[in-house]
Design a protein around this ligand. Structure first.
Ligand code: ZN
Length: 143
């Protein structure tokens, strides 16, 4: 395996109706702390990142900004719950190239802007047993 291929669990994303309430619940029930909040107009979502103190896999809460948000559609169809699982890659472009070569069905053929200073691409849930998978590459910048 090349470096571009290493994938580690980054976050688990949960679609919610009310992000403020969900933040409180996840903080009090699981001892997580909100480390980042962001509105991604492009995707029609409000996102919060919650992390365990001392590091570890994060939880991403997603609330729709409007009715046309993909999260609205998800909530209508399935209600609140796990929306996707994200893995970190070192090199998203080459990870996507490899998946294309392997014939894996993608939602995004090329990276788009994600939350929390990342570039992301989604793999189609039909390709991975009904689970929507996000691949994320962290922006390389300090401070
Ligand atoms: Zn995500």
């Amino acid at each position: 395996m090349t470096n571009a291929n290493t994938r580690s669990l980054y976050h688990i994303a949960i679609a919610v109706n009310n992000i403020e309430e969900a933040e409180k619940l996840y903080e009090s029930a699981l001892g997580l702390k909100v480390t980042h909040r962001e509105v991604i107009e492009d995707q029609g979502v409000r996102a919060s990142m919650l992390e365990p103190e001392g590091g570890g896999t994060a939880i991403e809460l997603l609330e729709p900004l409007h009715e046309n948000s993909p999260i609205s559609k998800f909530l209508e169809k399935r209600g609140e719950g796990i929306h996707h699982i994200a893995f970190l890659v070192d090199d998203l472009v080459s990870a996507l190239e490899e998946l294309k070569k392997e014939g894996v069905r993608l939602i995004d053929e090329s990276p788009r802007v994600g939350a929390h200073y990342t570039r992301v691409a989604f793999i189609h849930p039909k390709a991975l047993n009904g689970v929507l998978i996000e691949l994320a590459e962290k922006e390389k910048k300090d401070g």
